[in-house]
Design a binder for this molecule. Structure first.
Ligand code: DGJ
Length: 354
């Protein structure tokens, strides 16, 4: 028997609790447990941050920034983009780096980048290529005082989901010489891909169509009217003919309340729906006022449902980024408004049970 001030547990009960929470090496995971370390099939915490999920030919691909052990977010701390694969969204196999910052012959703009962040990958069915966009910030020497005065978007492509992705160059988004910061990629009902991004330096949220190959802006950007200034980490999806946009405020690596907006068209005008988060993350005691400790990153439809999505967040740890975490929660509609309610454990196929 283990006796702690308020807890009495037999060894077997303790083992049962631990097994339920963190599957050991080789054990199948049956639940998504937001805010808990998410171990891959080798038992190692998934290292793919600021991520995107792509479904392709019966498999899911989780692409994210691979953080370097021992480096903080104020150092050059990304090795590139890693990929994990799964058939159930629960158990993920590490497939390694699909785009490496320091790989042989890598372009100097990538090799020397100060930041390579928030990779978003999508499959362009017309070219049959996987396209990657990422925040590409030049090193301090090339980008002014903080190394972030000009912020680019880098792109890379591959004909296979596991890469290798080849660098395709960079662009300054938003129609601004200073470029853009956080961004999302949205595909409209006609199949056109859009870049939704925070324009620098005025922090307006803007959107612009991408070229047919998906690699760069096709033309002008439009301010997304009605979206609060300094909205970051934008994530958009379409439901019953409306566009929903959820995002964060702008407080560096620290969490803030999630913002939700709705519009009839991607360009707007948007109406604010307030904060869709409900409940509390028991692991850090943070609720809607801090988005459970997370920041929005991505959204995808819940498999097999047309009225429910999976809202995905990063929990940043700027001093220990490799151990930064994830929050995935069902996003459902209640009285015509999207709700993201905390759950300790849930399975994508039973997302309706709560
Ligand atoms: C918030 C952004 O959303 C993150 O991706 C990162 O750029 C931090 N800001 C940096 O402060």
């Amino acid at each position: 028997m283990i006796t702690l001030p308020h807890i009495k547990l037999t060894i077997s009960a303790l083992a049962a609790v631990l097994l339920a929470v963190v599957p050991s090496h080789g054990a199948e995971r049956e639940l998504i447990q937001p805010g808990m370390p998410w171990l891959d099939t080798e038992g190692i915490h998934i290292n793919a941050h600021g991520f995107a999920i792509v479904e392709h030919e019966g498999k899911y691909y989780w692409y994210g920034s691979q953080k370097i052990p021992g480096k903080t977010e104020s150092e050059k701390n990304e090795a590139g983009v890693s990929c994990y694969t799964s058939t159930d969204l629960l158990n993920w196999k590490n497939e390694g780096l699909v785009f490496s910052v320091s790989g042989d012959g890598q372009h100097q703009e990538v090799a020397k980048a100060g930041i390579l962040d928030r990779p978003k990958v999508f499959f362009n069915s017309s070219t049959r290529k996987f396209i990657m966009h990422f925040k590409l910030y030049p090193p301090q020497a090339a980008g002014g005082t903080k190394g972030t005065d000009v912020a680019y978007v880098g792109t890379a492509s591959s004909s296979k989901p596991l890469g290798p992705f080849l660098y395709e160059g960079k662009y300054t988004g938003g129609g601004s010489p200073n470029g853009t910061g956080d961004f999302g990629i949205y595909q409209d009902e006609k199949g056109t891909f859009w870049h939704i991004a925070v324009r620098k330096p005025d922090k307006m949220l803007v959107c612009g169509k991408l070229t047919a190959d998906g690699l760069r802006p096709a033309g002008e950007y439009t301010v997304m009217e009605g979206v609060t200034r300094a909205t970051e980490a934008p994530v958009a999806f379409r439901c019953a003919g409306k566009i929903y946009l959820f995002a964060s405020g702008s407080t560096g690596w620290n969490p803030n309340p999630t913002r939700m907006f709705v519009a009839d068209h991607l360009v707007g005008p948007y109406e604010s729906l307030g904060n869709p988060c409900q409940g509390m993350n028991p692991h850090n005691k943070l609720g809607p006022e801090k988005s459970f400790g997370g920041q929005s990153t991505f959204v995808m439809p819940t498999p097999g449902r047309d009225d429910e999505w999976i809202a995905m967040f990063d929990i940043w740890k700027p001093e220990d980024p490799i151990n930064a975490g994830y929050i995935w929660l069902p996003l459902f509609f209640h009285e015509d408004k999207p709700v993201i309610r905390w759950q300790d454990g849930w399975a994508p196929t039973t997302a309706k049970l709560r």
